[in-house]
Design a binder for this molecule. Sequence first.
Ligand code: NYM
Length: 212
Amino acid sequence: SNRHNEARGALIVLEGLDRSGKTSQSGRLLSYLAGLGYPVESWRFPDRDTSVGQMISSYLSNQSQLDDHTIHLLFSANRWEKRSLMEAKLKSGTSLIVDRYSYSGVAFSAAKGLDIEWCKAPEVGLLAPDLVAYLDIPPEKAAERGGYGGERYEQLEFQKNVAHHYKMLSDASWKMIDACLPMEDVEKQLKEMVLDCVTSCQKGKSISQLWL
Ligand code: NYM
């Protein structure tokens, strides 16, 4: 068979609090998979390059004010506007390493007091990740890491609330990684999970949708 030509890419999502190390690890995973010869791209949400993304960016930097529901739907719209490209990439065999996804969307908005089911609703029908790796760090430890950048949400009390909502969203399929370990140890664990995931997607695991 020509299974190899039909092999799809894997949708790999990294989640965690601000300053948990997601962005550094995405870069390392990108080089790792690319080095092994796999077609791979690194994505992130919010994608600040689109016009919706620019509205989000201006909100996060406190240059604009938006109602909590409104910004929630913009974050979701920012994922929807990338959905067809995401599907095309995966079907053509490119794996995607995505720094934040729908779980950030729900955890951050629910931490403000929005109803969790209301928060999940606009995510229904987006592509489901093949792997969710959660970089687990106590909020206090994350806050100590060179301080926050000063964007909205980057405050200890709020991050504690976000952590609580991430825990409520997580299920047995999530891979929890102790993000307090040295970067190299976190990297080693991630590489192993990611390679497993890419291999099982190549073998024909089908693409599913959020939210069960
Ligand atoms: N964030 C991110 C949300 O509130 N909802 C979402 O759907 C997403 C994807 O935006 N503090 C928040 C989490 C972060 C902030 O993310 C910007 P980053 O990874 O710092 O660019």
